[in-house]
Design a protein around this ligand. Structure first.
Ligand SMILES: Cc1cc2nc3c(=O)[nH]c(=O)nc-3n(C[C@H](O)[C@H](O)[C@H](O)COP(=O)(O)OP(=O)(O)OC[C@H]3O[C@@H](n4cnc5c(N)ncnc54)[C@H](O)[C@@H]3O)c2cc1C
Length: 446
């Protein structure tokens, strides 16, 4: 058995383990480090980032999936600023410009919120005037009820109740629901969708800005976060899979790589299906485990096609209609990976029946249908994240960060909160767990 913490090293006054080095876990570790608590992070994979991580392929730093951040991701952006010395250059900021190529375009007007959106909706191209007026009225109605629905319902039902037209539903609301909640509108939670509308479209113009990372997703936050934690006496152990956590008197015993480490607090920042396994060994966590067991998951597929460097899209990010690809990204415009196009398909669908080669070929064909003849790709790579996010269903109950076991905290995008599975949900949950640890009087080293 080893003392898990790092007594005597750095300024730690409490032994804290963070299990999982994704955005939630690293947000917890950074927040603890900021308050003089040096945590030990256990990450199973060789690199940090979890579901937002770098994948090295053919000399290119790819991401496991293209990620969109928005200006409303306050906590994520704050922590990136804190740990990433290159934060100013790391994100490409774009004003809201929702384009479904050849079909629809909504741009934020240069006015203060909420007029930027109201005018944007009224002047959107690709939908009739009545539909645009109904869309602006929908946002107004939500504002009147403070974005709090009397009861949850599927997103498609909410849109029906507010008489949203077929075009605006197909080109704006449904794609927005799928992009934000990664859940089909017929089952997606309208309340969570409305929370997203409140904090993205209804707030300031800056909050509705879209941000794309110019660096890979591990380099954006988790890697510099690890440097920050280490520089304050913490440890970040990659390649350390945690097999179990058990109670041992007042402390918690973390088992990893055949060793046992003891901690005063554990922040469990695993993806939900893995967390369920770890917490199964802790009887007090039965209720949380039962909630997680009921989760369903949705996939996200990312298809990278590397063309000769001269190939470019008309915009860094474009919506697509009529095929499998939902969004395409020009990595040349975003992060100087010239000729590299990434297509994204969220939620389940017929693309899952194709082989990876068939899928890449289909996307190549769709790109040609939209943008004209293209040379053959030099290489292609399909990344299928089968459990990309939990399905954000109506009335879904999510476990709280606080658990009946006072020194065991649950972090992760799936824990209780207003947002769907996003970087911001993950980061906020990690911060919240760290704050509980900081506020706690218990300490192994006291
Ligand atoms: C393809 C894709 C696209 C996405 N697009 C967006 C987007 O555009 N915008 C957005 O905001 N969000 C997006 N998301 C969601 C976002 O990535 C997640 O919400 C977020 O990364 C979750 O972070 P987390 O720390 O909660 O969990 P995770 O990232 O899953 O982190 C958990 C960590 O625990 C580690 N681990 C697992 N088991 C063990 C173990 N036994 N011991 C130790 N470590 C372990 C894992 O390796 C991982 O690093 C996307 C997700 C995917 C997959």
């Amino acid at each position: 058995m080893r003392a898990g913490g790092i007594k005597g090293e750095g300024t730690s006054r409490m032994n804290v383990a963070v299990i999982g080095g994704g955005y939630a876990g690293m947000a917890a570790a950074v927040t603890l480090a900021q308050h003089g608590m040096a945590a030990t992070v256990f990450e199973a994979a060789p690199q940090l980032g979890g579901r937002a991580r770098r994948i090295a392929y053919n000399d290119a730093a790819l991401d496991n999936g293209l990620h969109i951040l928005i200006g409303a991701y306050r906590e994520t952006l704050r922590l990136i600023e804190l740990v990433n010395p290159d934060a100013g250059h790391a994100l490409l900021r774009l004003p809201l410009d929702w384009q479904i190529h050849g079909h629809f375009r909504l741009r934020a007007a240069p006015l203060p919120a909420p007029l930027h959106l109201a005018l944007g909706l009224l002047s959107a191209r690709g939908a009739g005037l009545n539909e645009r007026i109904a869309a602006a009225a929908f946002m107004r109605a939500l504002r009147r009820i403070n974005f709090r629905l009397p009861q949850d319902m599927p997103v498609s039902e909410l849109l029906r109740q507010h008489r949203q037209g077929a075009t605006i539903t197909r080109r704006l609301w449904h794609p927005l629901c799928i992009a934000a909640l990664n859940t089909p509108p017929d089952v997606a939670s309208a309340q969570v969708f409305v929370n997203v509308l409140r904090d993205s479209l209804n707030a300031s113009r800056a909050d509705s800005e879209i941000m794309l990372s110019r660096v890979d997703l591990s380099a954006l936050f988790p890697d510099p976060a690890a440097d920050y934690v280490r520089s304050r006496g913490g440890r970040v152990l990659t390649g350390h899979m945690v097999d179990a956590v058990a109670r041992n008197g007042e402390s918690l015993e973390v088992q990893a790589r055949g060793e046992k480490f003891h901690f005063a607090h554990v922040v469990c920042a695993l993806p939900p299906h893995r967390a369920a396994r770890v917490i199964a060994g802790l009887p007090l966590l039965g209720e949380a485990a039962a909630l997680v067991e009921r989760f369903r998951y949705q996939p996200i597929y990312t298809i990278y096609l590397q063309y000769p460097g001269r190939v470019a899209l008309p915009a860094p990010m474009l919506g697509m209609a009529g095929g499998l690809a939902q969004w395409v990204f020009d990595r040349g415009a975003i992060c100087d990976q010239n000729g590299l196009i990434a297509a994204v398909i969220s939620t389940e669908g017929p693309h899952q029946d194709l082989t990876q080669d068939e899928l890449a070929q289909r996307i190549h064909t769709e790109l040609e249908q939209h943008f004209g003849p293209l040379p053959a790709p030099l290489w292609q790579r399909v990344i299928a994240e089968k459990r990309a996010t939990f399905a954000c269903a109506v009335n879904l109950q999510r476990p709280a960060q606080r658990t009946p076991l006072k020194n065991f905290h649950l972090a992760g995008d799936y824990t209780e909160g207003p947002y769907p599975a996003t970087l911001e949900a993950a980061v906020r949950s990690g911060i919240s767990c760290a704050q509980r640890v900081i506020a706690s009087p218990r300490s192994l080293s006291d």
